[in-house]
Design a protein around this ligand. Structure first.
Ligand code: UD1
Ligand code: UDP
Length: 369
C-alpha cells in the first residue's frame, strides 16, 4: 500500500513522526506532502532536523493567508499532486487547514482518507479547528480516534463505520523520547536560569486570545502577578500581534522564540505548571504529570480536565493565577490516551484495509492539464 501523508503545521510534524516509522516497519510505502502552512525554521525545518522524519517528497510552499485563501491554495495544489501521484490512501492529522484541504482534495478524487486524531470536539464552532475536524471526519473512510470520547462523539454524528480507538500518536513519540529529557534538563534549565519545578511554561496562539488585545492584557497581568518565572514560547502569529499591542510583561516573564520539540518537552516536564491554549501542549502536560491551565473556555481533550490535571480559565486574570497556584492533583487512575502504540496499530490496521479500497484501475483516470 502506498499512502500520502499530508502535513503543514507544527503539531502535524510531531504526529507524523511515529506514524512514518510505523508505516515503514509494516512495509507500506509513504509519500510525504508538506503544504508549507508553517515555514519559519523554528516552526518547520527544526522538526525535520530533530525528529526521525523523512524529507517531504513534495513541498507546496503555500504559506500564510486568510482561511479561504490559504485553504483554497492548498486544495488546488494538493489536487494536482494527488492526481499525479495516485496514492492508495491519504493520511491526515488533527484539525488544521492543511488537514481540511487534504481531506477534500483526496475525497473528490475518490482517494480514501484516513484521519488520525479523529472524533475530537470542542463543541465550539467559532474555532476554525472545529470546522476542520467535523468536515474531515465526515469525509474520511478510516477514523483513528485517540480516545473513547472521540469514538462517542463520532457515534453521535452518525459515524460508526471505519472508526477505531487506537490511542494517541503524540503519546507514542513522547514515550519514546522521555528517557532523554532529564539529561537535557540538566543543561537547558541552568542556561535559562530556571529551577526544576520553579517556573511556568506558557504558549498562546489561539485567535480567541491573540486577536483580542484585552484578552492578551488580562493574560499578561496574570503572568506578571505569578510568583515565579514564566517562560513564554511565543508563536510567530502571537509575536506579530504583541508587537502591535505593546503590552508590558513583568520582568520575570521571558518571551522566547519557539523552541524545538525536545527542548519543549524538557521545559514542560520540569515546569511547576503549564499555561497554554494549545491542544497538544495540554495533552503533553497531562502525560508528563504536570498541572495545566488552559486559557480557553473549552477543550477537546476533556479527559485532562476530568482527571483534575487541567483547568479551563479563559483569559480571566484571577482564574489563571488561581490555576497556576493550585495544589498538585492526585495521580490519574489511568491513561486515557492509550498504550503508546497508536502508530503501530494504525499502520497495522491500514494493512488489512487494502480489501476495502477500490483497485487502482477501476478509479477515474484524470490527466493533468
Ligand atoms: C495553525 C492551526 C492551529 C494549530 C497551529 C499550530 C489552522 C486553522 N490553525 O494555527 O490549529 O494549533 O497552527 O501551531 O490551521 N506565521 C509565521 N510563520 C510561520 C507560520 C505562521 O509567521 O511559520 C504567522 C503568520 O503571520 C500567519 C500566522 O502566524 O498568518 C498564523 O499562521 P497559520 O498557519 O495560519 O495559523 P496558526 O495560528 O499557526
Ligand atoms: N511545540 C514545540 N515548541 C514550541 C511550542 C510547541 O515543539 O515552542 C510542540 C509541542 O510540544 C507539541 C506541538 O508543538 O508537540 C503542539 O503544537 P501547537 O501548540 O503549535 O499546536 P496545537 O497542538 O494547539 O494544534
Amino acid at each position: 500500500m502506498r499512502f500520502a501523508a499530508v502535513v503543514g503545521a507544527r503539531p502535524e510534524f510531531v504526529q507524523l513522526t511515529p506514524l512514518s516509522l510505523a508505516l515503514r516497519e509494516v512495509g507500506h510505502e509513504q509519500v510525504i506532502i508538506h503544504t508549507g502552512q508553517h515555514y519559519d525554521d523554528r516552526m518547520s525545518a527544526t522538526f525535520f532536523e530533530e525528529l526521525p522524519l523523512p524529507k517531504p517528497d513534495y513541498h507546496l510552499g503555500v504559506g500564510s493567508g486568510r482561511h479561504g485563501v490559504q485553504t483554497g491554495a492548498m486544495l488546488e495544489q494538493l489536487e494536482r499532486v494527488l492526481m499525479r501521484d495516485r496514492p492508495d490512501g491519504v493520511i491526515v492529522f488533527g484539525d488544521t487547514n492543511s488537514t481540511l484541504a487534504a481531506a477534500l482534495a483526496a475525497v473528490k478524487l475518490h482517494i480514501p482518507v484516513a484521519h488520525v486524531e479523529a472524533g475530537l470536539r470542542s463543541f465550539n464552532r467559532t474555532m476554525p479547528e472545529e470546522i476542520n475536524r467535523v468536515v474531515t471526519d465526515h469525509v474520511a473512510t478510516r477514523l483513528f480516534s485517540p480516545t473513547e470520547t472521540g469514538m462517542r462523539n463520532l457515534e453521535r454524528e452518525g459515524i460508526t463505520r471505519g472508526v477505531e480507538v487506537t490511542g494517541d500518536v503524540m503519546y507514542d513519540i513522547l514515550r519514546r523520547v522521555r528517557p532523554r529529557l532529564a539529561k537535557r534538563a540538566h543543561q537547558l534549565l541552568p542556561a535559562l536560569g530556571l529551577e526544576p519545578g520553579g517556573y511556568v511554561l506558557a504558549t498562546i496562539h489561539r485567535p480567541g486570545n491573540t486577536d483580542d488585545p484585552e484578552a492578551m492584557q488580562r493574560i499578561a497581568r496574570a503572568f506578571t502577578r505569578a510568583e515565579m518565572p514564566v517562560m513564554f514560547s511565543v508563536h510567530p502569529r502571537t509575536r506579530k500581534l504583541l508587537d502591535q499591542y505593546g503590552i508590558p510583561w513583568g520582568a520575570h516573564v521571558s518571551l522566547i522564540e519557539p523552541v524545538g520539540y525536545l527542548d519543549m518537552l524538557t521545559l514542560e516536564e520540569s515546569a511547576r505548571c503549564v499555561a497554554t491554549d494549545s491542544g497538544g501542549v495540554q495533552k503533553e502536560a497531562f502525560l508528563l504529570g504536570v498541572p495545566c491551565v488552559t486559557m480557553r473556555e473549552d477543550t477537546e481533550w476533556v479527559e485532562t480536565v476530568e482527571y483534575g490535571w487541567n483547568v479551563l480559565t479563559g483569559s480571566r486574570t484571577e482564574a489563571i493565577i488561581a490555576g497556576i497556584q493550585r495544589p498538585r492533583p492526585a495521580p490519574p487512575a489511568r491513561n486515557p490516551f492509550g498504550e503508546g502504540d497508536a502508530a503501530r496499530r494504525i499502520a497495522e490496521s491500514l494493512r488489512t484495509w487494502s480489501g476495502n479500497l477500490q483497485p487502482r484501475d477501476e478509479r477515474d483516470v484524470i490527466e493533468l492539464p
